[in-house]
Every structure is written in C-alpha cells, then in structure tokens.
Design a protein around this ligand. Structure first.
Ligand SMILES: Nc1nc2c(c(=O)[nH]1)N(C=O)[C@@H](CNc1ccc(C(=O)N[C@@H](CCC(=O)O)C(=O)O)cc1)CN2
Ligand SMILES: Nc1ncnc2c1ncn2[C@@H]1O[C@H](COP(=O)(O)OP(=O)(O)OP(=O)(O)O)[C@@H](O)[C@H]1O
Length: 203
C-alpha cells in the first residue's frame, strides 16, 4: 500500500449514489427481465387503457430497464402516435410524436431516439400530455424516484400539467422503503411492477 492510500481514505460516496449503485446491481442480476417486462406492460395496459383522445409519453427502454417495446408498438397500433423523449443540451428532454418505430435511431447514451432529421418538423408541448410513462433506477411507496442522476426526467416532470398522470414502470426489486426527495423531485402517481400497481399519492 502506498503512502497516499494510507493518508487519504477512499472518498465516501453520497448516500444517493450508493443506493443508485446498489439498485443498478440488483436490476442487472435480476433473471427473466423480458418476461417480467411483458407482465408489467400488460398490467399497465389493463390499469391505464389507451384512448385516442389522450396523449401519452412512453420512454424507450435501454439496457436493464423495464422493456417498453411492446407498449410502444401497442400504443402506435391503437392510437397511431406515441410521444417519446430525446436528450437536448443542458439536460433537457425534447418530445417527439412518433408515428412509426422505424423513425427511431440510436442516439444519446445509446438510447433509441427520434431521427434528428425529423425532429424540427414535429413539436410536442409538454402541457399537451395526459400520461407520462417514465423509467427510474429506484422508487419508494410515496412515488419518490431515483434516476441516473442527471435530472433529465425531473426537469420534464416539472413542465407537465399537474393533472398529467405520472406512471413509473419498475421491477419489484427497484422498490425501497425511502428515497429522500429533493425540492425539485416530483413524485409518481403510480408505480407498476410485475406484482402490483401501487397508488402513491395520498388522496
Ligand atoms: N430509457 C431511458 N431514456 C432516458 C433516460 C432514462 O433513464 N432511460 N433518461 C433519464 O434521465 C435520459 C437519459 N439519461 C441517462 C443518463 C445517464 C446515463 C448513464 O450514464 N448511464 C451509465 C450506466 C448506468 C447503468 O449502469 O445502467 C453509463 O452509460 O455509463 C444514461 C442515460 C433521457 N432518456
Ligand atoms: N427541475 C430542475 N431544474 C433544475 N435542475 C434540476 C431540476 N431537476 C433536477 N435538477 C438537477 O439535476 C441534477 C440531478 O438530479 P437528480 O439527482 O434528482 O436526478 P435523477 O432523478 O436521479 O436523474 P434523472 O432525472 O436523470 O433520471 C441535480 O443536480 C439537480 O439539482
């Protein structure tokens, strides 16, 4: 061991960062994520039937997140449009009305995002959304959410109408007793897992 290591102990990670790593590891080692994702998407569709008069945002899943491809294709078939997010500078999210899955291309962080060439001609006002389906690394029963730590979704949630339903899709292993909310955090109304649909807000 060198003198530096003796004199300076390793930095203590921020509690949120430690929880994030723990939850990401739990999700990574979860078996049968595709089957579980299908269950979650089916449960979501039973609880929140789509109508052509409402506008929904659905995240496009990456890596070990609850997979949303079936939800995206089902919504496109039923309604003809589903709004998807894309990363902008300054950790903001742009919104795009997707009409076909083929309009997605690999973008920021390796996530499938709308083809940059199509973005300018189709704008979605966040205030026009009735439902937002969001991802996360962890959640508590009050609907507090822990993400990847860049604040993209926090910023978007703050721009939605308060009546827009905020629904998270998560594996059961992503639920923890408490996530300390920060002033900018906007809680989920519902969390759908492979076992339950949790109503989070006190009514
Ligand atoms: N599907 C999806 N789309 C999304 C988000 C998300 O969480 N999920 N975002 C929500 O904000 C935004 C993108 N934010 C991201 C922020 C950081 C990393 C990132 O640094 N990932 C780490 C690895 C994390 C892991 O182990 O899975 C990396 O790439 O090294 C990825 C996406 C917008 N779109
Ligand atoms: N509405 C907002 N306006 C300005 N800054 C914000 C807002 N929301 C979050 N931030 C900032 O973004 C950073 C990341 O926030 P936080 O740790 O809550 O992200 P997260 O919810 O884990 O991640 P994400 O939303 O990307 O999935 C923080 O520095 C926070 O101050």
């Amino acid at each position: 061991m060198g003198a530096d290591e003796l004199n300076s102990p390793p930095p203590i990670p921020h509690p949120k960062q430690a929880l994030r790593q723990e939850l990401l590891a739990a999700r990574r080692s979860l078996p049968e994520r595709t089957d579980r994702s299908q269950k979650i998407c089916n449960r979501f569709r039973e609880a929140f039937p789509l109508t052509s008069s409402s506008r929904s945002l659905v995240y496009v899943s990456i890596r070990e997140e609850v997979e949303t491809i079936s939800l995206l294709t089902n919504t496109l078939q039923a309604v003809g449009e589903v709004v998807v997010p894309y990363c902008l500078p300054d950790y903001q999210l742009g919104l795009f009305p997707l009409k076909q899955i083929s309009e997605l291309k690999k973008g920021a962080y390796g996530i499938l995002e709308p083809d940059p060439e199509l973005r300018a001609e189709r704008y979605v006002d966040p205030q026009s959304l009735d439902l937002a389906v969001v991802p996360g690394v962890g959640f508590d029963p009050l609907g507090n959410r822990l993400g990847y730590g860049k604040g993209y979704f926090d910023r978007l949630l703050g721009r939605l109408r308060p009546e827009c339903l905020r629904v998270a899709l998560a594996f059961e292993c992503q639920l923890v007793p408490t996530i300390q909310p920060q002033p900018h955090d906007i809680p989920m109304h519902y969390i759908v897992t492979e076992q339950q649909t949790l109503a989070c807000q006190p009514s």
